[in-house]
Ligand binder design. Sequence first.
Ligand code: ADP
Ligand code: MG
Length: 404
Amino acid sequence: MPLAASTAALFHKRTIRDADVRGKRALVRVDFNVPLENASVADDTRIRAALPTVRALLKGGAAVGLVSHLGRPKGRDPKLSLAPVAKRLAGLIGQPVALLDEYVGPEVERAVRAMNPGDLVMLENVRFHPEEEKNDPAFAKQLAAGFDLYVNDAFGTAHRAHASTEGVARFLPAYAGLLLEKELVALGGILDQPKRPFLAIIGGAKVSTKMDVLRSLVPRVDTLAIGGGMANTFLLAMGREVGRSLAEPDKETEARLVTDEVEGNGKELLLPVDVVAAPSADADGASGAATYDVDEVPSHLAIVDVGPRTIDRYARVIGNAKTIFWNGPLGVFEVPAFANGTRRVAELMASSGATTVVGGGESAQAVEEAGLADKMTHVSTGGGASLELIEGKTLPGVAAIPDR
Ligand code: ADP
Ligand code: MG
């Protein structure tokens, strides 16, 4: 189901639709931090996600300079060059993309000033410069040199205050790109005006990394379903044995506070009632895996997925919900034998009539791998950024853009 039109009213930032870009040179921060294999792009989801903004600017008569980071280089590193990304982008957009190898200094400024409307260039990996992550103002100013406006479309990096995501907005008029807008409307919309019943399904490895997500969601949801490795800590808190499962005994008290708050407010809480447990959480464990009720998990096994009765319960609440937010795989989905819960939740969400929003790096990956991304209302391109937004935090890259 598409997002309600009214949720667009949630977004107050200036976007490229508010800008007259004709004849202007736009510096556009994108998140092209994509996986590479053999010096080629292994997954171009993030590149495709930026195309609407790039196309809109070029069509509007702007010249576009793209800036992104890739990986975590310590200084200049040819293995983390954006050259393969520029090549893939050129293929997707159907026009040449020049890669500017050095991009701060008079030569680049000259190259930028020489751009004509409709030209598209890309600057080399911005993290080759340590000043980027330090949000160095002099570096941000150099980055801005020769450009007339700044567009941030890098939702996946919006939770970082770096020179190309935050600092540069002090030197150029700043606008949100269409992807940034789409992300904020989708994720903000489920927080602020969810159609009810609102179901959140939260999984993933550790409860400690999801505590702030839970704290933010619990007051807003009607039903909370907990799965994945983090469910083990909740099971411990209820006095169950979880054998050799991943669990965080020091988080039991916090887990209990969450369950008390959900149930104390008359909301529905779904914890696994059955699980798949295996001798180990890797592929070697697959042959020894079996389904157990949660109170019968053998002490020598580790919980690696949710079981079929738990999935049936998920199916019921997914079928009833009008809004569903999902973050965190329900099992060790990287091992095909333990991917069933995660895949079934993706399928059930994809075929539900609800507004469906997926956040988190591995969760988005699981939905992409299942080929179901375009069946969801929104799959966030920002792993950490999507969770910080759900936590209710202000993202520096968004805060730097003026309101409309
Ligand atoms: P996301 O990136 O979507 O926010 P997380 O990073 O929190 O998700 O968690 C993803 C990881 O959780 C996956 O690598 C998966 O293997 C792991 N995981 C899920 N269930 C279990 C489990 N029962 N035991 C151990 N790890 C698990
Ligand atoms: Mg993750």
